[in-house]
Write a protein that binds this ligand. Structure first.
Ligand SMILES: Cc1cc2nc3c(=O)[nH]c(=O)nc-3n(C[C@H](O)[C@H](O)[C@H](O)COP(=O)(O)O)c2cc1C
Length: 342
C-alpha cells in the first residue's frame, strides 16, 4: 500500500506530490516504523543520545506541520524550516523538478513559508518531542537585516528547539550565500544570544576550500556546536542526463554526493574534533551513511532519496548501516566517526 502510494506520487507534479505527502504525514497515513532501533545505532548529539543518526533534512517540512508523522517513520532527529521572519510565497511555479535519470532534484523554491510566528506555535505544540527537533532559520527575500533577523528568530524558537541552524547557504535567496564570508558570518554569530540551544551553521558545497576553512574557523571561534555540510549545489556536475538539468536552482541527490563528501572532508580536517558535523548531500544507502561517519560526521540528513523512495527508505538504511558496520568490523555508530579522516 505504501509503495503503491509512493509510486503514484512519483507520477504527479513534484510540488503537488510533496503537498500530498505532507498531508498524509499529518493525517497519520504515511505509516510507522515501530521497530525499536538497534542500540548500536545510537549516537551522542545535541547534548543527549539520539536513537539513530538519520535525520530529515531542512526543506521537507518548512512549516513544522508534519513533525509527528515524520518522527513515526523512524528518523532519529528532525529539522523544520527554513523559516523566515515574515511569511512569503517563494518563487513562481514550476520551481521543483525531478531529474529521474540522475536520481536528483533541482529546486528554486525560494523559502516559501508561513513565517516564524506560526512556525513557533507549531513547534511549541509538538511536546513532548519524541526525537530532537532543529529549527532552520533564514531571511526574507525583501527587507532582510541578517544581523537582526537571525538573533531575533533564534530567541523566539530557542525554548522549543533542540538545536538551531543558521542557514546561509540556500541558493534561491539573492545575497544569502554571501553571508558565508568570514566577516558577515562572524558579525551574525556575534549578534546571537549567548543562552541558546546548540547552534549549527549550514554551508554550501560550492564554497572554495579556503572558504570552507574560514567558515569552519568562524564557527569554532563563535562557540557553535557544529556545521551541516552541505546544502544543494548551484553547479551542474558533468554527465547529468535529465532534460531538467539546466533548470536554475539548487541540485540535490546522487550527483551532489561527491561535492558534499569533499566539503565534509575539508571541514572535518579543519575542525579536528572541535565541532559536531552533520552530513547531507546525496545520501541514499547505509553504505553512504557509514562513509560520511568515517569522514567525521556524527549524523546525516536526507531529503532527495527520501522523496524518491518514500518511508520504506528509513528502516532500509538502518538495516544497511548495521550490515555495513559489521562488514567493516566496527562496533557501533560512535566508533565509526572519523575513522577515515587523516
Ligand atoms: C525541494 C528542496 C527544498 C529544500 N529546502 C531547503 C531549505 O528550506 N533549507 C535548507 O537549509 N535546505 C533546504 N534543502 C536542502 C536539503 O536540506 C539538503 O541539504 C540537500 O537537499 C542535500 O541533501 P539530499 O541530497 O539528501 O537532498 C532543500 C532541498 C530540496 C530538494
Amino acid at each position: 500500500m505504501r509503495s503503491l502510494a509512493t509510486a503514484l506520487l512519483r507520477q504527479m507534479d513534484p510540488e503537488n506530490a510533496h503537498a500530498w505527502a505532507l498531508l498524509a504525514l499529518r493525517a497519520g497515513l504515511a505509516g510507522r516504523d515501530a521497530t525499536p532501533d538497534d542500540p548500536r545505532l545510537a549516537v551522542p548529539l545535541f547534548g543527549r543520545t539520539v536513537k539513530n543518526p538519520i535525520g530529515i533534512a531542512a526543506g521537507f517540512d518548512k512549516n513544522a506541520v508534519a513533525l509527528k508523522g515524520l518522527a513515526g517513520l523512524g528518523f532519529g532527529f528532525l529539522e523544520a524550516g527554513t523559516v523566515t521572519p515574515r511569511p512569503q510565497p517563494g518563487n513562481p511555479r514550476p520551481r521543483l523538478f525531478r531529474l529521474d535519470e540522475d536520481r536528483a532534484v533541482i529546486n528554486r523554491m525560494g523559502f516559501n513559508n508561513g513565517g516564524i510566528a506560526a512556525y513557533t506555535q507549531r513547534l511549541a505544540a509538538f511536546t513532548p518531542r519524541p526525537v530532537p527537533v532543529g529549527a532552520n532559520l533564514g531571511i526574507n527575500k525583501e527587507g532582510a537585516d541578517p544581523e537582526h533577523d537571525y538573533p531575533a528568530m533564534l530567541a523566539t524558537v530557542a525554548p522549543f528547539a533542540d538545536y538551531v541552524v543558521i542557514n546561509v547557504s540556500s541558493p534561491n535567496t539573492p545575497g544569502l550565500r554571501d553571508l558565508q564570508g568570514e566577516a558577515r558570518l562572524a558579525a551574525i554569530f556575534a549578534a546571537l544570544p549567548r543562552e541558546r540551544p546548540p547552534l549549527f551553521v549550514k554551508l554550501a558545497p560550492d564554497l572554495s576550500r579556503p572558504g570552507l576553512e574560514a567558515a569552519t574557523d568562524v564557527a569554532i571561534g563563535a562557540g557553535a556546536a557544529g556545521i551541516i555540510v552541505t546544502n544543494t549545489t548551484i553547479s551542474r556536475p558533468p554527465g547529468l542526463r535529465s532534460p531538467h538539468a539546466k533548470e536554475a536552482g539548487g541540485l540535490s541527490g546522487a550527483p551532489l554526493a561527491p561535492l558534499a563528501r569533499e566539503a565534509l572532508r575539508v571541514v572535518a580536517r579543519r575542525a579536528a574534533g572541535r565541532l559536531t558535523l552533520i552530513a547531507a548531500g546525496g545520501i541514499a544507502t547505509g553504505a553512504d551513511v557509514l562513509e560520511r561517519l568515517r569522514l567525521g560526521a556524527s549524523a546525516v540528513q536526507i531529503y532527495t532519496a527520501f522523496a524518491y523512495a518514500g518511508p520504506a527508505l528509513i528502516p532500509r538504511i538502518k538495516r544497511e548501516l548495521l550490515a555495513a558496520l559489521d562488514a567493516a568490523r566496527l562496533r557501533d555508530v560512535p566508533s565509526a566517526i572519523g575513522t577515515e579522516l587523516q
